[in-house]
Design a protein around this ligand. Structure first.
Ligand SMILES: Cc1cc2nc3c(=O)[nH]c(=O)nc-3n(C[C@H](O)[C@H](O)[C@H](O)COP(=O)(O)OP(=O)(O)OC[C@H]3O[C@@H](n4cnc5c(N)ncnc54)[C@H](O)[C@@H]3O)c2cc1C
Length: 391
């Protein structure tokens, strides 16, 4: 019988009767995973109950006062690696990776972008060459968020240079502790280093770390990228919450700001934020019926545009004070901290929102082609073997 809200509530109550939230945090999270209350839409035995995705809200509500995950540092694992492993992993891979990924015992990063391949990811040049039961990986990745604290990475590498760029790619799980993996910090506009460049030199990965078929890496990567956009832009926000809430609070706290012009600008952004929030709710409802589609690109586009406009308005409203910066020291950051840091940080960090997870230009192309059905961009290199492409 299909599970409904009441059945989930009963499961949570039974779970809580046997597990004290005040006890060991990790043991509690492991047990929650084993009880199928990690992500209820995942299959039984893999942290879920095979239930409709929206019932996860019931679990979160019932367990709100119990030990929680650390969503910032776990974002790539939870939002991107997990759905990809679920879709393309073998039973062994799902069993090996999903539980410690969810509990946060193992942190994940994403080795996709390279100095010469970002928007056009399929041109990437990191090579993986087969050697018996292993693959030997050589190349350089860049902008790798969180590589410095990651145990595993999702990696796309070229396994065949003789076929067109999209066809010669294979998807792997990369052991970030393997010999030959070197992580170097990249300091960003906010002063800290959330991301890194990662050098891969003769890194040996067992064939059991391959995710999906050889040469099918592009298709596997699409699952990651679609989920990435939802993970970045699609988090639930309450009405008047998120970035617009902070700016509105600033406006309310300062009577001197109550000019007609600022009021109009804030209201316009408030309306856009509300439309985006409601579109996000609809997107999450659609998600309960399957994998995210191009709608996630629209969502992420709105998220980036709004964050930049709102953080800019906030800075402007604070005048001189807005130009101050809270902490310019070099730090290894775990995650984005929009709500813990000051206006200057929000303004600068929001700049990256229109680049990470696909630039706004690329997302507009996706929406144009796949949502609006407009003619596609000319793609002259799609049938040319990768080795013959100009670089
Ligand atoms: C904060 C942050 C975190 C990141 N974290 C990660 C990570 O963890 N892992 C990872 O792999 N990557 C990560 N990235 C990298 C990110 O995915 C890339 O920066 C992004 O895909 C763009 O690639 P690029 O930087 O090579 O720019 P390019 O692709 O070189 O683009 C340069 C400019 O040209 C424009 N452009 C390119 N092609 C087109 C086109 N066809 N039509 C119109 N305009 C176009 C772009 O919009 C952009 O303005 C991160 C980036 C940021 C900013």
């Amino acid at each position: 019988m299909a599970l409904d809200e009441k059945a989930i509530q009963e499961r949570v109550a039974a779970f809580l009767a046997g597990h004290d939230p005040a006890g060991d945090r990790l043991e509690f999270l492991r047990a929650r995973f084993d009880a199928g209350l990690a992500w209820v839409h995942f299959p039984e035995g893999l942290g879920g109950l095979g239930a409709p995705r929206e019932l996860q809200n019931v679990v979160e509500r019932e367990l709100v006062d119990t030990p929680q995950l650390t969503p910032g540092v776990q974002a790539i694992g939870l939002g991107m690696a997990a759905p990809t492993i679920l879709t393309f992993g073998t039973d062994e891979q799902r069993k090996r990776f999903l539980r410690p990924l969810w509990t946060g015992e193992e942190i994940w990063c994403q080795l996709f972008s390279e100095p010469g391949a970002g928007s056009d990811l399929a041109t990437l040049g990191t090579r993986a060459v087969r050697d018996g039961d292993e693959w030997v990986v050589d190349g350089q990745k860049v902008w790798t968020s969180g590589a410095h604290h990651s145990r595993w990475a999702i990696l796309v590498a070229r396994t065949d240079a003789d076929v067109p760029k999209h066809r010669g790619l294979t998807y792997f799980v990369c052991d970030m502790h393997a010999p030959g993996v070197e992580v170097r910090p990249l300091r960003q506009i906010t002063g800290e280093a959330e991301f890194n460049e990662v050098f891969l030199t003769g890194v040996r990965l067992g064939d059991d770390l391959r995710l999906g078929e050889i040469g099918d890496g592009w298709r596997v990567a699409q699952t990651t990228l679609m989920n990435e956009r939802v993970a970045i832009g699609g988090a639930p926000v309450r009405r008047g919450g998120g970035m617009v809430g902070l700016v509105a609070e600033n406006w309310r706290a300062r009577p001197e700001l109550r000019t007609h012009d600022l009021h109009q600008r804030l209201l316009r952004l408030w309306v856009e934020a509300e439309v985006t929030r409601l579109a996000g709710t609809r997107l999450r409802e659609q998600l309960s019926a399957g994998q995210p589609g191009p709608e996630g690109s629209g969502m992420k586009l709105s998220f980036a545009t709004l964050n930049q406009a709102l953080s800019g308005l906030d800075l402007e409203m604070r005048g001189e004070e807005g130009l101050g910066y809270d902490d310019w020291s070099f730090r290894r950051s775990d995650s984005v901290d929009f709500f813990g840091r000051g206006t200057g940080y929000r303004y600068l960090r929001a700049k990256g929102n229109s680049i990470e997870g696909g630039t706004s230009e690329i997302l507009r192309n996706i929406v144009a082609e796949r949502v609006l059905g407009l003619p596609s961009e000319p793609r002259v290199d799609k049938d040319v073997p990768w080795k013959d492409l100009p670089r």
